[in-house]
Design a protein around this ligand. Structure first.
Ligand SMILES: Cc1cc2nc3c(=O)[nH]c(=O)nc-3n(C[C@H](O)[C@H](O)[C@H](O)COP(=O)(O)OP(=O)(O)OC[C@H]3O[C@@H](n4cnc5c(N)ncnc54)[C@H](O)[C@@H]3O)c2cc1C
Length: 390
């Protein structure tokens, strides 16, 4: 059934929540839209702290389609938001490296990605050495990259554009903390804020990022989304940024150009990656212990580097399978999730916004079928494992 004139409360007003509000209006939703945001400065939002990159190289087909949609959205940003709209989109491939043992698997993955609409190519070690002379290829067998729909951008500018457009179309941003969701007769009837206010609603969307599990804990839903700390180091190094890709090493280390230097990072070891709710202290030790050795091995020029600054944000990790959870709760049809993106939520925000808006206004997915990412798999404990995880 189509709904275009009811009311919607979106919990969380960063890139995912704002994209949903924006697309609701795009699709003709004329009812009241309230976005509840506890921190309108967005200082600790994952969106503002992210590496703001987009890739089409995923193991899960629906993620690839969402990225292609996102890249198109970024490329055509001026068509939507006007000539002055600029998110600094640098369209340049991720370069994901693999050892000799990975050649067959990676070639097959590239073929699957092409079938889903991505433009991914596999390179041999010889081709790599030719294209990227600063790279140590001695222990490599393969690399994959995409000739379009990958790159990086400015997430803050993207959020500002989408949020401003939503506000201009009458979306209300309310400063407040959603304490819990109020149920009656198996449906959400309101959202209770920590100041005691209750906002009545026909629909509730949980887009609270790394905090989204806490929003529904009070109504007995165990959402497998956990805040995991990821540190980004901003460095200077004697290395050209011209043509330098978003490089992903076999060690898990990543690096890309940013401003006058580079940003880089690495995930902590799995056994030392607890829920980090409230902890935004950069994990400086990762640089010496893991990141620098890996980078210097792969790019010898990075033996010399200077750290300019470091920051830490939270991945909203879906501990079931590292994929987004998008769609209604199976028993509470007007409670919709848009969370758990596990490190790819900015790139997938446009497709998520569009998809959730379709669900509410059209009663079904139209542009991309996001149902593989539905809540059902959480209920049954049936993971849809994403294999390309960083
Ligand atoms: C270091 C790092 C690098 C990353 N790199 C990339 C990348 O290259 N590409 C990519 O696509 N993604 C990347 N990500 C992931 C990406 O940032 C997230 O997936 C994305 O920002 C999720 O957006 P969101 O709007 O759901 O969450 P957030 O940006 O975290 O927003 C959630 C909002 O909800 C608000 N909120 C929380 N609880 C409540 C409540 N109870 N009531 C009201 N408001 C509430 C918060 O204040 C916050 O503003 C990275 C993340 C990090 C930390």
């Amino acid at each position: 059934m189509a709904h275009t004139s009811q009311s919607v409360v979106i919990i969380g007003g960063a890139i995912v929540g704002s994209s949903i509000a924006y697309f609701l209006r795009e699709l003709g939703f004329s009812g009241k839209i309230s976005v509840v945001e506890s921190d309108p400065t967005y200082q600790q939002s994952s969106t503002a702290l992210s590496a703001a990159a987009i890739r089409t190289q995923f193991g899960t087909p629906v993620n690839i389609r969402m990225s292609v949609f996102g890249a198109h959205f970024f490329r055509t940003i001026k068509d939507r938001f006007g000539e002055r709209a600029d998110i600094g989109f640098v369209e340049r491939g991720y370069l994901i490296l693999g050892g000799p043992e990975a050649v067959e698997v990676r070639r097959a993955a590239a073929q699957m990605q092409r079938q889903e609409g991505a433009d991914v190519t596999a390179l041999t070690a010889e081709e790599l050495a030719q294209h990227f002379p600063w790279l140590n290829v001695e222990d490599l067998g393969v690399a994959t990259t995409a000739w379009r729909d990958e790159g990086w951008f400015d997430a803050w500018s993207l959020l500002s554009l989408i949020r401003t457009a939503a506000r201009e179309r009458g979306v209300s941003y309310i400063k407040g903390r959603a304490e819990h969701v109020v149920l009656s007769g198996g449906r959400v009837v309101g959202v209770k804020l920590s100041d005691g206010t209750q906002i009545p609603t026909d629909w509730c969307v949980n887009a609270a990022g790394a905090a989204s599990a806490s929003v529904v804990r009070g109504i007995g839903i165990a959402l497998p989304v956990s805040a995991r700390k990821r540190t980004v180091f901003n460095i200077k190094a004697p290395l050209t940024r011209d043509g330098f890709p978003m490089l992903f090493d076999t060690s898990g280390a990543w690096i890309r150009p940013e401003g006058e230097g580079f940003i880089c990072g690495i995930a902590p070891p799995e056994h030392n990656d607890p829920d980090a709710t409230g902890d935004y202290e950069p994990a400086h030790e990762l640089l010496e212990e893991m990141l620098w050795p890996a980078l210097a091995h792969r790019v010898p020029a990075l033996e010399q580097l200077r750290v300019e600054r470091a920051w830490a944000g939270h991945y909203e990790v879906n501990t079931l399978d590292h994929n987004g959870i998008i769609g209604p709760h199976d028993e509470i049809p007007n409670l919709i999730f848009a969370t758990g993106f596990s490190g790819h939520g900015v790139m997938h925000a446009p497709a998520t916004g569009r998809g959730v808006a379709e669900l509410i206004t059209r009663g079904q997915y139209v542009e991309i079928d996001l149902s593989p990412l539905g809540f059902g798999r959480v209920r049954t404990g049936t993971p849809l494992h994403e294999t390309v995880v960083y």
